[in-house]
Design a protein around this ligand. Structure first.
Ligand SMILES: CC(C)(COP(=O)(O)OP(=O)(O)OC[C@H]1O[C@@H](n2cnc3c(N)ncnc32)[C@H](O)[C@@H]1OP(=O)(O)O)[C@@H](O)C(=O)NCCC(=O)NCCS
Length: 461
């Protein structure tokens, strides 16, 4: 009724079917969280005002896709229809509770003094096991800033993620694209790209020529002509991979607008595999509440691996896990337990176990075994006491791409896992490939993985 007479009226009510729902859930839980965490003796006006200011500030921030997804169709940028965060915006926890805790400490009601940055991090971690993994990866990425090139610099999600990377100090993103168009899009999205380098390949004639020469040299005996190489360099993915190859970027993250093979092939052609690695492969990290982090491979590259490829997948994955400071216990998983069902596929897994042992006798590995055996400590100990695993496996290597890919996707959708990845293993330089159409959080996570990958390699040099 009010809107019928005044279209500039700002309306906020308790109703969930109108914009600006003023819901208790935005206030009480987080005021109490902050107050309890500093063991406050009471709640004063300063603490309530601090909560109010925190909500007002949050309403002005960009809304992540995870929240947008939950409120499809509603306005989500600061304005008359979005004055207050949505009731189920998970960010309210780590915005409001630290503000309340701070006010309690400043006004003498707190009996505990907290380091507020650390407290905020703890609150973020409490939201889910995947966030905990990303928390320490992010802290590691921040130690030294990697330059990460994104060929899909015009993509809205990439632009939003790039702004967050700068803000959070995860890396220095380089976006490929026409600068005026990228900036225009950033403005429309309401994000600030200050400090983000934007490179326009079409305008870099000399560079394109130089990169085409290098690609031609590399692939002349694989059927590529110079004219084709020059043509390829107009494609952002080739230009970005060439920047990485030439040392103008430390890592590349790509693939949000393409299929996985469409992104991987150019990367293999320009950057190639690490010395001594025959096949690259991909893994996912799966985080479940209250249990150890799991690693699944190969979830992305080798469709029908032979025993040698399976050996390489196991060795690369184990080495990645070790670099994270975790001791790998590897299970080669298939449909049978230690030859309970003899078939070419199960035999191949058992052969791969022997090959891995020959290559790295120190590594804990066993199989073939079924997936439930691999992760069930009691079953392993009681039914298969001869196993070489000292505990349930934390690394699962699957016999085929379809099994690995289906397993992680179902656990993501139905099993309550937070999945992180895909991490590409075995490339000569850090290249990581996004799933087509993924969200801002996924881009941030993979950029963080790429930055940590670059740091780990720099440390090995
Ligand atoms: C990875 C993939 C793209 C390679 O395709 P392909 O048709 O076998 O590759 P090509 O014949 O075009 O080979 C391109 C180059 O990459 C190399 N290559 C292919 N697979 C490789 C691997 N796993 N590791 C390292 N190099 C590989 C080839 O040897 C070739 O090198 P060369 O040209 O220097 O001789 C293909 O295996 C694939 O599509 N995998 C599944 C990807 C997928 O759909 N994943 C699921 C979604 S996440």
């Amino acid at each position: 009724e009010v809107l019928a007479v005044r279209d500039d009226a700002i309306i906020a009510t308790g109703r969930s079917d109108y914009p600006n729902q003023v819901n208790n859930v935005l206030g009480f839980p987080f005021i109490f969280r902050g107050a309890l965490d500093v063991r406050a003796t009471g709640i004063n006006a300063d603490m309530m005002l601090a909560a109010t200011h925190a909500l007002a500030e949050l309403a002005r921030q960009q809304v992540p896709d995870t929240v947008r997804g939950a409120y499809e169709g509603s306005e989500m940028s600061f304005g008359k229809d979005y004055l207050i965060p949505k009731p189920f915006d998970h960010r309210v926890l780590f915005h409001v509770a630290p503000a309340v805790a701070k006010a309690a400490m400043e006004t003498g009601l707190a009996r505990l003094t907290l380091d507020l940055d650390e407290y905020e991090e703890q609150l973020r971690a409490s939201l889910g096991p995947g966030r905990e993994v990303m928390r320490w990866m992010t802290a590691r990425a921040r130690r030294d800033s990697a330059k990460i090139v994104f060929p899909e610099g015009h993509n809205d999600t990439v632009i939003q993620a790039a702004a967050r990377m700068m803000e959070d100090g995860i890396c220095e993103p380089i976006l490929l694209g026409r600068p005026s168009r990228v900036q225009e899009k950033a403005e429309l999205l309401g994000v600030n790209l200050k400090g983000v380098e934007i490179v326009h390949p079409a305008a870099c004639t000399d560079k394109r020529y130089e990169f085409a020469q290098t690609l031609f040299k590399r692939r002349a005996r694989r059927g590529l002509t110079l004219a084709e190489a020059q043509w390829d360099l107009y494609k952002p993915i080739y230009f970005a991979a060439s920047m990485l190859e030439a040392g103008e970027a430390d890592a590349m993250v790509a693939g949000i607008e393409a299929s996985y093979p469409e992104t991987l092939r150019p990367a293999l052609q320009v950057v190639g595999r690490e010395d001594g690695i025959a096949r690259v492969s991909g893994l996912y990290m799966l985080a479940f509440p209250g249990r150890e982090l799991l690693f699944f491979a190969d979830t992305t590259v080798n469709i029908d691996p032979d025993a040698e490829t399976l050996r390489d997948i196991a060795l690369q994955t184990a080495s990645f896990v070790q670099d994270l400071g975790i001791r790998p216990r590897v299970a080669m998983v298939s449909f049978s337990n230690f030859a309970s069902s003899v078939h070419e596929e199960s035999r191949q897994m058992a052969t791969a176990v022997e090959l891995v042992r020959a290559a790295n006798p120190e590594l804990e590995i066993d199989g073939e075994m079924q997936a439930d055996t691999a992760i069930d400590e009691v079953k392993l100990r009681e039914v298969y006491p001869f196993t070489h695993l000292s505990g349930p496996a934390n690394v699962l290597i699957f016999s085929r791409l379809s099994a690995a890919n289906v397993a992680y996707k179902l656990l993501d959708q139905l099993g309550g896992a937070d999945v992180i990845g895909p991490v590409l293993l075995g490339m000569a330089k850090p290249v990581h490939i996004l799933q087509r159409g993924c969200d801002v959080e996924d881009v941030l996570n993979l950029a963080t993985v790429a930055a940590v990958d670059w740091q780990a390699r720099s440390a090995h040099i």
